[in-house]
Ligand binder design. Structure first.
Ligand SMILES: Cc1ncc(COP(=O)(O)O)c(C=O)c1O
Length: 380
């Protein structure tokens, strides 16, 4: 089965841009289809390796092969990114201490808080970009769960260092790699046990499917999480897996264009009179730039701005865009933006006027014209 491979099969020597195109294809035999069929079956003839539709499916395996190559470790896919996060946390013994970001994705924060309230785990919240704070939290912890760059503060952790120190302390090191994907940074190569993706975002890339993944370098952890998926039941649908595989084929070109657009917008926005602050690690002036440049191959396509005039002005900007969609989510071909505090659940450490922008692949001048007109409406 493809998901049992170590991420280094016969495609292992190719450039990642080629791997995402070539992975998960049926064998090259006469009249075999180029694309894997969508395997719609809950039930399988006895005597094989899969056994039942909750245990495996060829459509998942094809996608898992592509993500395994990107991330460099065997991969399990799930019904959503949140299902993947829940499965990873579910393997911890009761009472385990988890280190997590103060400013992480609100969904992950909610799960951590809920598990904490029920007594299942204890959480040490840290500023993941403050290496001393992370290192001080390591003793006695069971898992380091780090998102980098963080959503939506765009803070960058010193991943190579904190992963190495977590491993030295025999702590499970897990990275939420959603903002970067394996094309930009490879936590597993840095020594992490788990690299998680909300495949929903850049990997699938078309805002039409929810899927999550965990790429896992440690066999014991892989087996535990595989059981958590089998019996937790948060499996991806075969059609969703097929759509995500179709999406990943173009990941490298989408990301290249979206990152170039993000860099240009960040540069222009940092001089805009309606913008108090731009957060984007690609900007030389960003406090996280130097660190990010050391181990990231690019700076991603998400940036955040703080709009002059507070929450009302930020909302007005979002409501006034015509090309950019006012919506949550990120990583699709179409640009989206939203004021994060419109959700009651955003962390109090995030400024009230912060607008997260997921930059798509549209023409840069059209994007700029739209942002410019929306920001000028926001200041009236
Ligand atoms: C960084 C990050 N991790 C995890 C998730 C959860 O993924 P999903 O929406 O696929 O459940 C999200 C969703 O926004 C995210 O931004």
């Amino acid at each position: 089965m493809m998901n049992e491979k170590n991420g280094k099969n016969e495609l292992g020597d190719l450039h990642p841009d080629s791997q995402v195109v070539a992975a998960g294809r049926p064998a090259r035999t006469p009249d075999a289809p180029l694309n894997p069929p969508i395997e719609l079956s809950s039930t399988f003839h006895a005597g094989g390796e899969v056994g039942y539709g909750r245990f495996g499916n060829e459509s998942w395996f094809a996608l898992e092969e592509a993500i395994s190559l990107l991330e460099g470790a065997p991969t399990l896919t799930f019904a959503s990114g949140m299902a993947a996060i829940n499965a990873a946390l579910s393997i911890l013994p009761r009472g385990s201490v988890v280190i997590a970001s103060k400013n992480g994705y609100t969904g992950a924060m909610k799960v951590l808080r809920t598990l904490e309230e029920s007594g299942a785990i204890a959480v040490r919240y840290v500023d993941v970009s403050n290496t001393d704070e992370v290192l001080a939290a390591l003793p006695g912890s069971a898992m380091l769960w780090v998102e980098s760059p963080t959503n939506p503060a765009l803070e960058v952790a010193d991943l190579p260092l904190i992963i190495a120190e977590a491993k030295r302390a025999q702590i499970i090191a897990a990275v939420d790699n959603t903002f970067s994907t394996g094309l930009i940074q490879k936590p597993i190569e840095m020594g992490a046990d788990i690299s998680m993706n909300s495949v929903t975002k850049f990997i699938a890339g078309h805002s039409d499917v929810l899927i999550g993944s965990l790429s896992i370098s440690n066999a014991e952890i892989f087996n535990k999480i595989s059981d958590a998926r089998k019996f937790g039941g948060a499996i991806p649908g075969p059609f969703e897996a097929w759509l995500a595989l179709r999406g990943v084929r173009t990941l490298s070109v989408r990301l290249e264009r979206a990152q170039a657009n993000a860099m240009e917008l960040a540069t222009r926005l940092s001089k805009h009179p309606a913008v108090e602050r731009v957060r984007y690690p690609g900007l030389a002036s960003d406090p996280h730039h130097e660190r990010a440049a050391k181990f990231m191959k690019g700076f991603g396509a998400v940036l955040s701005i703080e709009v002059k005039g507070g929450a009302a002005a930020a909302d007005k900007a979002c409501e006034s865009s015509k090309l950019i969609t006012y919506a949550t989510s990120l990583g699709g071909v179409e640009s989206l933006w939203e004021r994060r505090h419109r959700w009651g659940s955003e962390s109090p450490t995030i400024p009230i006027n912060l607008v997260r922008i997921s930059v798509g692949i549209e023409n840069i001048d059209d994007l700029w014209a739209d942002i410019n007109q929306a920001l000028s409406v926001s200041q009236r």
